[in-house]
Design a protein around this ligand. Structure first.
Ligand code: 5MM
Length: 331
């Protein structure tokens, strides 16, 4: 087994998953402001520290996806965050995409940027202790019109380029083609779009000779759009999601992690539990776990409010959610 494959597989330890703590400065600012928290660099450090320095977090997390600013900041133990995480057996990863830009061929769609200068940035991130990376492409559903096949294809091509560069640099790529939850589409439409997206991704990866055994897929679940009044049952979500994954994802990949995508924490937990069960029923060939940002952080941020006196209570809430999500990912 190559080192890369071993690192990729090490993210899948029973009962553990990933915390996505890789909000860009722009997203972190919006997130903190929405809870009335000051948006300075120091408050972003405290925001990361709230989660990453919580006692016992290593019992539930195999890895954390960080944003580049956090690589240079220190945790409460006075170690740089990547070193602090590694010392506790948690693999530090880094988001390397540069966010989205409008797609010139289809004015309502977006394409992810960040390939320019990527290999130089990867060398720096590796020195700073990151062992895996993540790149997110966004796919928007709008009726039967969007996404366009061109936007899907361009986003998947960039993901494949990214994956190739990252493997060449000796790090593990997490590929996140996020089919957005926003919209009033049906679960059937979400399923079809997920199918086209993942089908395109894995055929483009083959064209670029990406080593499939050394990649991790980060995907959305197949869900009815968040603007619709219809609510899917966890069993419907699990059935639709697994059907797509079984048809499109090669058995060789290291594993699949799920994003929460704006689902509320209970929904994201219950849907994951149903997916875990369904995966067993259909003998899915890959390990599965979580890589949540909002669904893990939301309740703790509501309690924390940026105040030192609330840290303990906020961490208690975070630990509770982490335990539930970890149980949902466990057979
Ligand atoms: C979809 O977002 C990813 C997973 O988070 P959720 O579980 O909340 O859906 C997340 O890793 C995302 O890629 C980062 O938060 C970075 O987002 P921005 O918008 O700052 O690039």
């Amino acid at each position: 087994m190559t080192d890369l494959v071993a690192i990729a597989r090490s993210l899948f330890v029973s009962g553990k998953g990933l915390l996505a703590a890789d909000e860009s400065v722009h997203t972190a600012t919006k997130r903190l402001a929405s809870y009335g928290i000051d948006t300075s660099e120091e408050m972003r450090r405290q925001y990361r520290d709230l989660f990453l320095s919580m006692p016992h977090v290593e019992d539930y997390l195999s890895g954390v996806i960080l944003f580049e600013e956090t690589l240079k900041q220190k945790a409460s133990d006075k170690k740089l965050f990547p070193n602090s995480l590694s010392a506790r057996g948690i693999a530090p990863g880094i988001k390397v995409d540069g966010g989205t830009e409008p797609f010139p061929e289809s004015s309502d769609e977006f394409i992810t940027k960040g390939l320019l200068g990527l290999s130089d940035r990867l060398a720096v991130f590796k020195k700073q202790g990151a062992v895996f990376t993540k790149w997110r492409g966004v796919i928007k559903i709008e009726g039967d019109i969007l996404p366009s096949s061109q936007a899907i294809h361009e986003n998947m091509k960039r993901l494949a380029n990214y994956a190739k560069e990252v493997q060449t640099a000796g790090m593990v790529p997490i590929l996140e083609p996020e089919v957005l939850l926003q919209g009033n589409h049906s679960i059937i439409r979400a399923k079809a779009v997920l199918q086209e997206t993942l089908g395109t991704l894995f055929s483009v990866l083959e064209e670029y000779s990406v080593d499939r055994a050394g990649v991790v897929l980060k995907t959305a679940m197949a869900l009815t759009g968040s603007d619709s009044s219809k609510k899917d049952t966890p069993e419907e979500v699990a059935e639709a999601t697994l059907e797509v994954l079984m048809e499109t994802v090669p058995r060789q990949i290291a594993g699949i992690v799920f994003l929460s995508g704006g689902q509320d924490p209970d929904e994201a937990t219950d849907n994951l539990a149903a997916i875990t069960k369904r995966a067993k029923d259909v003998s899915a060939p890959w390990p599965l776990t979580f890589s949540y940002a909002r669904a893990l952080q939301k309740e703790a941020l509501e309690v924390w409010k940026g105040k030192p006196e609330n840290i303990e209570a906020a961490r208690a809430v975070f630990l509770e959610r982490l335990k539930k999500v970890s149980a949902a990912a466990t057979l």
